[in-house]
Design a protein around this ligand. Sequence first.
Ligand code: CAA
Length: 465
Amino acid sequence: MAAGIDDISIYIPRLFMDAGDFAEARGLDPQKLVKGLGVSKMAIVDSNQDPACLAANACLKIMQKNKLSPEQIGRLYVATESSFDESKAMNSYVIGMLEQVYGAGSFQHCGGIECKFACVSGSYALYDNTNWIRAGESEEKYALVVVSDIAKYDLGSSGEMTQGGGAVAMLLNDSPRLLEFDPKVTSTSIKNEYDFYRPFGKETPIVHGQYSNLLYLIQVKNALNDYKRKALKTGLIDMKEGQSMLDHIDYFNMHLPYSNMGKKALAYLVRHELRNTPKWKEVIAEVGMEEPVPKDPRGTIESIIADSEFMTKDSEFTKRFAKTNTYQEIYENKVASSLIASKSIGNLYTASLYLGFRSCLEYEFQKGVNLEGKRFGFASYGSGSSAMVFSGVIKPEHLSIVKEMNLETEIGERQKLSLEDYEELHENKLEPNQSLLSARKEFVLEHVENISSDKRGERRYAFIE
Ligand code: CAA
């Protein structure tokens, strides 16, 4: 049975921190953010917003847009790494909010769980719900998968320049209008790692930034290798002599902790794909140096990190490779459009891959590209660490949805934060009733109980007309 994404909606907080102001405040060259990382604005949540109300707002948008009633939603899954409760799933909060609009008990039938595996959990949630539909369990109802996160790092840390926040809701069914997932090729890679993690009770993560970047690349490459094996085995792809995956995947959507990571990750995968093709000789001539080879051919994270000579040469090779015409052409055609939204929103953790997908649809459509039948490859990465690679094909009906997409209108009018306001919000100095913006047709957090011990942690939300 077919299954895939029928529609997608986003909810992005309207406050933002400007990269230039941020760089000035931290004594950084603004070009490090804008050119080096591809960050021009970071969406920041107001004092009356948390990841649950971001998620509920994205769900409400997709339901209203498609005129859906709760009975038409069979499952609701929430994937997040910004959880605020160790036991109660974020689903309950989201359903509680939606029932304020649709009526008490209207979602009673709609089971689901909160999923956690850093930024990759949304992809696991999509995969599980796709299989629920494929198994014929859905009784023609939709699955609603919502990915919602607030990427927040310590003040003054190197992660602080890669913050953001927002939610993406995806409607899945057996006759999707946007994208149908390819069957039997989804592939994963997993390893116990400490590249980025958030121990109990800590609001911000502990991050080993450069290590996390390298792990991302290696894990995605491992998952891609397995995807390729499955794609050949199932006959999804018929690889002719001299071809690579690049001849079979039209667009790559990468996890985007910051926009330029998509460019870096694609360069890594493209090298891997082209290395054994006849084209490689030409590429090496363009790069102007031989590709460095690690001392330990297994290429594990430990062996690569220990090989400092290789690391230095490889970084030089990557920089030169990224400038070649060969790579620039692949970059422009296969990934560039997916990176645009991230530049002005920032990291959304679980949601960033799907914001990238949304961005690719909107900006390729604006370029006049006919997307029908194009295969999208997805490279999802979550620290800790796991990668998932999967793919799908764009359906003819996508046009009715994509032609209406407009990122700016969908976000609404945004307000730039002063450094003082940003830091106050960051340090949780403002109460929910001290929000900087007035809510408009959206859910907001009203109160978190922190006095009464038998109600501690209880959250109250309201829908503001
Ligand atoms: N002008 C132009 N470019 C500049 C520049 C300047 N003045 N100064 C630096 N740059 C460039 C650098 O050359 C570098 O480019 P390359 O990546 O092409 O080499 C880029 O800007 C970034 O510079 P640094 O590598 O020196 O940056 P950093 O080490 O200070 O911090 C970071 C970067 C590690 C990503 C940090 O922001 C961080 O820790 N972020 C959080 C963790 C993270 O996002 N990890 C990503 C993988 S893990 C994951 O994906 C899960 C997740 O969502 C968190």
